[in-house]
Design a protein around this ligand. Structure first.
Ligand SMILES: Nc1ncnc2c1ncn2[C@@H]1O[C@H](COP(=O)(O)OP(=O)(O)OP(=O)(O)O)[C@@H](O)[C@H]1O
Ligand SMILES: [Mg+2]
Length: 332
């Protein structure tokens, strides 16, 4: 906890110095395998015969019923579609006349202890947390257009400990899940395969790995002299070997993404394809590998620069979840 608070304090001071102003409060986004996503239905009667925003809020609350929330706290409830009496797939039911309102919703929960500790950490360094978002919801906000969400698209956020997936169709969130494999697994594989420290492995990954190197028959292998990264090292390692190690792990991540899409009946079927974000999406030639593994159009999602972020560019796929959180908190 003390280390978390120290890191938090340092990061906030650095951010405040960059921005040239103090932050009275923050919105945070959480990721990780502790986050759970449940799909559930809720139903209420409409006594006044006309659906109000209050009724919509009530039915969304009802959608939580029946979900086991042992040691979990609800972060967000996102409606997928409403049914108004016998009319299904309604997106905005407010103002419609009805006797009964039903919703299918995605409920995002986080371990209560983890959430409380994060909140406590911020409180102890003197910052008020105004909102908490799952980054599964914020990253897509930063990089997907309304049109992509209408036509069908998946946002794949390759982070450090995990990979988040959010599938949109007809403008709504259809499915979200977390795959428990991310960039740090690639780093560990390299550390074990080359027998170097995690820090050296990280540098090898970001500077030398090419995910399609083994598939380029004319590419000339090169020996990487490890003493260039750390003077204590004496060995060399082949770029081909490094790239093979990383490719195997990225193929696993992509095959898990494909299995999720298959489960939804959407493998190779989303017209706007896959948009990759997160630090792990910066691996060289990920897009070529992803196109062949997923059989979908694939792109990297670069958040647009925002007028409320000055002095630096946020057009980096690694910033998607933070930019999306800013956009969502501005809207709420
Ligand atoms: N150029 C690069 N090539 C490959 N991987 C990279 C590159 N740059 C960063 N990464 C990897 O991206 C990961 C960090 O990504 P990101 O900042 O999105 O994670 P995070 O949001 O902190 O983690 P999580 O979402 O799992 O909580 C690390 O594993 C890092 O090694
Ligand atoms: Mg992340």
């Amino acid at each position: 906890m003390e280390e978390f608070k120290k890191n938090l304090d340092e990061s906030l001071t650095e951010a405040e110095n960059m921005a040239g102003q103090q932050f009275p409060h923050v919105g945070i986004c959480l990721s990780g395998t502790g986050i759970q996503i449940h799909s559930n239905k809720g139903m209420i009667a409409i006594p006044s015969n006309e659906i109000t925003q209050d009724d919509v809020n009530r039915v969304l609350d009802m959608a939580q019923n029946g979900i086991t929330l042992t040691n979990q706290t609800v972060l967000k409830i996102i409606p997928e579609s409403f049914s108004v009496d016998l009319e299904h797939h309604v997106k905005s039911p407010v103002g419609m006349s009805a006797k009964k309102l039903e919703v299918t919703a995605h409920i995002f929960t986080v371990p209560t202890a983890a959430l409380n500790n994060v909140r406590k950490g911020f409180k102890d360094v003197g910052i008020d947390v105004v909102d908490v978002f799952p980054s599964l919801l914020t990253s897509p906000e930063a990089v997907l257009s309304r049109r992509q969400k209408e036509l069908g698209v998946v946002c794949v956020d390759i982070g450090s400990s995990c990979t988040g997936l959010a599938v949109y169709e007809e403008g709504v969130l259809r499915h979200a899940c977390i795959i428990p494999v991310g960039g740090e697994y690639v780093t560990s594989d390299i550390a074990l395969g080359v027998r170097v420290s995690v820090d050296i492995a990280e540098k090898l990954k970001t500077d030398y790995v090419d995910l399609t190197f083994c598939d380029q028959p004319k590419a000339k292998d090169e020996d990487i002299v490890l003493s260039r990264i750390d003077k204590k090292e004496t060995e060399t390692v082949s770029k081909l070997y490094l790239s093979q190690i990383a490719q195997a792990r990225y193929k696993e991540i992509l095959s898990l993404v494909n299995s999720e899409l298959k489960h939804l009946g959407r493998d190779g079927m989303l017209p706007e394809g896959a948009v990759f974000v997160g630090g792990g999406s910066k691996a060289r030639n990920l897009i070529d590998l992803a196109k062949s593994e997923l059989r979908l159009p694939c792109t990297i999602g670069f958040p647009e620069d925002q007028e409320f972020v000055t002095g630096t560019s946020v057009s980096d796929p690694g910033f998607a979840s933070a930019v999306g959180a800013l956009l969502l908190s501005q809207r709420s």
